[in-house]
Design a protein around this ligand. Structure first.
Ligand code: UTP
Length: 276
């Protein structure tokens, strides 16, 4: 079964980037000259997920405008030497379909995903948190996961090893290693105290979810920070059926934090922009 839709929860407040994010969405912050969310959309489209379903919120209109034509801009620079600067967003607009729904109250990632149900329907789908920027030279992380889905046909979370002291910032999994980098999850905890964490395998912002997750989220009570946590719903799904965890190939930058954002900027400048 081919996965054609990807959900982008982009409703969060981005408080760690205030004051920059007071009236501008965090997802529109650029890494060099491209907004974070466009990197994510390009990764999803490359994985065949050409319907990009955005869960937005108040103050996020710039995202909807970004994935639409700007007639004024097209008119101004058409035929000029500057047209090349529009090429990457034109490519995205040619290939993708963009749908939006608003999350009225920020009740957590699980709640954001449930809000996106009307855009997804009853089929497996990708989820991409655009503040996790993933880069590699081969197939992107969502492409790798879509390939794996063909085999396992259940929800999959992307994981990476993090220093043990940092596990409290993530959802953490434990499970049986089936083969190199692939685990069948039997335990998942959101933001554990490092001394209680079952491992240092942290969930990052890429998921493939089967649609039964929506009903499970509906019955999931608020967890860490009083928010409805996707990790808690996935823990229930793992107990009832199957959830896999996949140590992806590539490099991930936590662009939701200022140090990660600066690191990503330097990396993209050196490895891509300066060489182009
Ligand atoms: P984060 O907690 O990292 O994002 O949520 P945030 O809340 O914007 O950041 P800070 O902590 O205030 O700086 C992870 C992802 O989930 C989305 C966010 O937009 C982000 O992409 N999210 C989170 C929602 O869409 N809705 C929510 O209710 C919560």
């Amino acid at each position: 079964m081919k996965i054609t839709k990807c959900l982008f929860p982009v409703a969060g407040y981005g408080t760690r980037f205030l004051p920059a994010t007071k009236s501008m969405p965090k997802e529109m912050l650029p890494i060099v000259n491209k907004p974070l969310v466009q990197y994510g959309v390009e990764e999803a489209i490359a994985a065949g997920m050409t319907t990009c379903a955005m869960v937005t919120g108040r103050g996020k209109r710039a995202i909807a405008d970004h994935f639409d034509i700007s007639y004024e801009l097209e008119h101004q620079i058409s035929g000029s030497g500057k047209e090349v600067y529009l090429q990457s967003i034109r490519n995205v607009l040619d290939k993708g379909v963009f749908t939006m729904v608003r999350q009225r109250e920020m009740k957590g990632l699980g709640h954001a995903i449930l809000t996106g149900q009307s855009l997804i329907g009853n089929e497996p789908f990708g989820v991409l948190l655009s503040d996790d920027l993933c880069l590699n030279d081969g197939p992107g992380v969502l492409s790798q996961m879509a390939e794996l889905f063909k085999q396992f046909r259940c929800s999959i979370v992307a994981i990476q090893e993090v220093p043990h002291a940092e596990v409290g910032s993530y959802g953490v999994i434990a499970g049986e290693s089936l083969r190199d980098g692939i685990y069948r999850v039997d335990q998942m905890v959101e933001k554990p105290d490092p001394k209680d964490a079952p491992s240092n395998l942290a969930i990052i912002g890429r998921y493939i979810l089967t649609p039964d997750i929506f009903d499970i989220i509906r019955e999931t009570p608020p967890g860490a920070n009083g928010e409805i946590q996707l990790t808690d719903a996935l823990q229930i799904q793992a107990k009832r059926g199957c959830v896999m965890a996949y140590k992806f190939k590539g490099r991930r930058f936590d662009c939701g934090s200022v140090p990660g954002f600066v690191e990503a900027t330097n990396y993209v400048y050196e490895h891509y922009y300066a060489k182009s």
